[in-house]
Design a protein around this ligand. Structure first.
Ligand SMILES: C[S@@+](CC[C@H](N)C(=O)[O-])C[C@H]1O[C@@H](n2cnc3c(N)ncnc32)[C@H](O)[C@@H]1O
Length: 208
């Protein structure tokens, strides 16, 4: 593994095991043969859990990381995963531009701290597939007003454990203040809105 790869992974993996716990909880709750992860940076953890992951990022350090295939394989092996059992693809691009990826080709779209992924990349998610999205950059609010999506679950984080719940879904995404999200408002704010309940992330199902 290149020294640069090791350092990038250390930067990514500051809360060791945390991302793995999140992805394991999500993977246990849904089927996703192929995963699309725009704005991934070097979060190879997704490949510890899912057999086929396509990462997209415009940061050149992400490209350098994924170009170090022996380094990536070493990280997979270190996590107890046989690299030969994994399809790890990387696209060095701005996800707001058209991506050379199949329409509806993925069963899970991951959006974590990376802007409005759902707005630009949903076309690549199969109808019936899921969006995993956290609220910090406003993308959960964006998905909540997107008619293609229906809330299907929430992910709670407690003391390093993640659990997926499908209960009382009507009680989520209720704004605390009298502030109804719109696309323009969310772009203007560049962050989410505060809801009465605050799970770590949401699972939306693509319906249309
Ligand atoms: C804060 S990091 C989050 C990384 C990872 N998702 C995580 O949760 O650990 C945001 C990443 O999104 C990438 N990003 C933001 N906007 C992007 C865009 N329009 N196209 C591609 N990558 C983007 C940045 O380059 C950066 O690597």
């Amino acid at each position: 593994m290149l020294e640069r790869t090791r350092k990038l992974w250390q930067l990514q993996n500051r809360h060791e095991g945390d991302r793995l716990a999140l992805f394991e909880a999500v993977a246990a709750s849904l089927e996703a043969p192929r995963v699309l992860y725009p704005g991934s940076f070097v979060d190879i953890t997704a490949s510890f859990v899912w057999p086929s992951v396509t990462y997209v990022d415009m940061d050149r350090r992400a490209r350098q990381f994924f170009d170090d295939r022996p380094g990536v394989d070493e990280l997979l092996s270190g996590a107890g995963v046989d690299p030969r059992s994994r399809e790890v693809d990387f696209v060095g691009a701005d996800y707001r531009e058209p991506l050379d990826l199949p329409a509806g080709g993925f069963g899970l779209l991951v959006s974590l701290y990376a802007g409005f992924v759902s707005e630009y990349c949903t076309e690549h998610l199969a109808v019936g597939g899921h969006l995993l999205v956290n609220p910090s950059h406003g993308d959960a609010a964006m998905a909540s007003i997107d008619p293609r999506y229906r809330l299907d679950g929430v992910v709670w984080s407690r003391s390093g454990n993640y659990t997926v719940s499908h209960d009382d879904l009507d009680s989520y995404l209720v704004p605390k203040k009298d502030l109804q999200p719109t696309r323009d408002l969310l772009h203007e704010r560049g962050r989410g809105i505060t809801y009465t309940r605050s799970p770590f992330a949401y699972l939306f199902r693509r319906e249309g």
